[in-house]
Write a protein that binds this ligand. Structure first.
Ligand code: AMP
Length: 215
């Protein structure tokens, strides 16, 4: 099942990706996670990506397309995947289509998690992630039982460096300008499924899961 989760920063792509990846036994591939790992490792690629990430801008297409090309060739991606945070503009979407066409394995579906703009800010400023298992919480909307610690594994929760108000505002602007046009791009291909991304997390998972079951 070759799929993309599309949505603004804070729309729940990461949260849904983790759960759906387990449910469908296919990897969640997040360019944001791959880039953060490269920054942490201090690699050349990480050094090049860091300033764009800190500013809430997009990292260059060459870098992210290269990362995706490599990741999609790994063994665990051969039965499908959930792309999270890629593509993020039309040139990336075109490069992905071309890559997959060459393999004879086109995308099967794109799910848009639709969240009103006003809600995104609160979701992003309140977001906390578990250092150990990647579970995502929100201190306002879905706090952990013990402050600062993961309910699932007890790991320490941290706030992403780019989840500060200034960077968030820029990331939302970049989404509107560069990523939102992908909605029309995939509509034209008849691959877009829009799901309201608000309300109960499990209900959203069920709705996205129903789309995955159909495609
Ligand atoms: P995310 O975790 O998806 O919110 O991504 C965090 C940051 O990584 C973004 O604000 C960008 O700076 C960078 N990034 C992630 N995915 C991409 C992409 N497909 N193209 C360009 N930059 C990206």
């Amino acid at each position: 099942m070759r799929t993309v989760l599309l949505g603004a920063p804070g729309s729940g792509k990461g949260t849904q990706g983790v759960v759906l990846s387990k449910k469908f036994n296919i990897p969640q591939i997040s360019t944001g996670d791959l880039l953060r790992a490269a920054v942490k490792a201090g690699s050349e690629l990480g050094k090049k990506a860091k300033s764009a990430m800190d500013a809430g801008a997009l990292v260059s297409d060459d870098i992210v397309i290269g990362l995706i090309r490599e990741r999609l060739s790994e063994a665990d991606a051969q039965n499908g995947y959930i792309l999270d945070g890629f593509p993020r503009n039309i040139p990336q979407a075109e490069a992905l289509d071309e890559m997959l066409q060459q393999l004879g394995q086109p995308l099967q579906g794109v799910v848009l998690l639709d969240v009103p703009f006003d809600e995104l800010m609160q979701r992003l400023t309140g977001r906390r992630t578990c250092k150990d298992c990647g579970a995502i919480y929100n201190i306002y909307l879905s706090p952990p039982k013990t402050e600062g610690h993961c309910d699932r594994c007890g790991g320490e929760l941290f706030q992403r460096e780019d989840d500060n108000e200034e960077t968030i505002a820029n990331r939302l602007k970049v989404y509107e300008e560069q990523t939102a046009p992908l909605v029309g791009y995939y509509q034209k291909q008849d691959k877009l499924h829009a799901i309201p991304g608000t309300g109960d997390i499990d209900e959203i998972t069920n709705k996205v899961g129903a789309v995955f079951d159909e495609i």
